[in-house]
Design a binder for this molecule. Sequence first.
Ligand code: URP
Ligand code: ZN
Ligand code: ZN
Length: 462
Amino acid sequence: MTLLIQQGRIIDGTDDRVADVYVEGETITRIADRIDPASVPDAEIIDASGKYVFPGFVDPHVHIHLPFMGTNAIDDHASATKAALVGGTTSLIEMICPGPDDEPKAAFDEWMALAQAGACCDFSFHLSVVRFDELAQAQLRELVEAGDVASFKVFLAYKGALDLPDEHLLSLMEMARELGVIITAHCENADAIDTMQKQLIAEGKTGPQWHEPSRPRSVEAGGVRHLCAFAQQTGAHVYIVHTSCEEAVEQANAARAMGVNVFVEAVAPHLVLDKSYAQRGDFEGAKYVMSPPLRDASEPPQLWQALAAGDMVSIGTDHAPFNFSGQKDMGRDAFTLIPNGIPGVQERVDLVHTFGVCAGRIDLATMVNACSVQPAKIFGMYPRKGAIAEGSDADLVVYDPTFTGTFSVADGLSQVDYCGYEGMERRGRAEVVMLRGHVVARSGAYVGGEGGGRSIPRSLTH
Ligand code: URP
Ligand code: ZN
Ligand code: ZN
């Protein structure tokens, strides 16, 4: 199987030029100003003139199998990965989130089996460390040494469920430094949030609009400072996930200035939405409960600026799909019982194009860097993923920047029953999506087969 993608504007984060791309099997084998179609007579021709050609997008922060807050996220690997592919995301990194009593190896095996059975796009994992006894330590080492795991995840939130006490966090970071594993971290403060939640509920403040006041910016910024202090002490490299506010970004900047290796992730909801959505009446606000929470409307412009300046380097989704009906509404009497999360694995690229590039907040190179190149580099997949280069996997997106429409749940391949961006203007669409040389999506429709996603080999780059 060969493909010739003709005369698209290739934008891969560093290069920006019109050229042809030739794909043999699963691999990009030639890039040239012009490739004579007569020289590759068997190739399927894809006309990309007037379109962008991007490297397949990499989502560094996705939840699919997620037992959480008394329920399970509603997608399975087939639905979430088809949604990803239709939106131009050809690789994703899923968070393995075991319970506090689960063994890391069993958790890894469980998530891997589910992904291998159902995933249609390529995938990898961040392994959440929620216990750190001797058995867990031994298994974590084995998983890294076997090449199965190259990034850990820690939670400084969700008291009693996922949070890791400081003594374990510090030891884990020492181990990570020794092994060359990067630590991804949800930075808040589980105890402070627990206290504030109890106070608000006792005062009768039970609606979704009270979620943000229960975990203010200072708590998130304090979490970043705390993690970075441990990173400074241990030398571990850290990646702050779903950073919602300038105050938290500033803490990371300050740590970086002191020599800490810290990367900061934005996620689509914090870039596009604000806390007024969580204040919507009729319990609609529950659709917008995530952690860290949506902030004041003054924050998204600052996050875009941080991306443009390079203070934030990647954009994920934090896709965490819980139905409004039957799941979010478990928290009608108390916002603390609303499963946290907003779906978006399908919408990410178009949101960034619409509200970032078309709005003049970031340029195309920054978009590609944040949504593909940097996640691939930071997590040891580059240049197999995140690159348009000879020898790279032929994960390619022919993108139509002139498409206009609106975001809607009706177009979603996720199983979730709402779209957080319903009715918002949409500019741009993945017209042809290729995963390792196979066309898997066209103009919003999934045209690939069942399964076929592969675990992505990763190097330890930290
Ligand atoms: O609200 C969120 N972000 N839900 C998913 C779990 C997490 O914290 O990433
Ligand atoms: Zn989180
Ligand atoms: Zn998450």
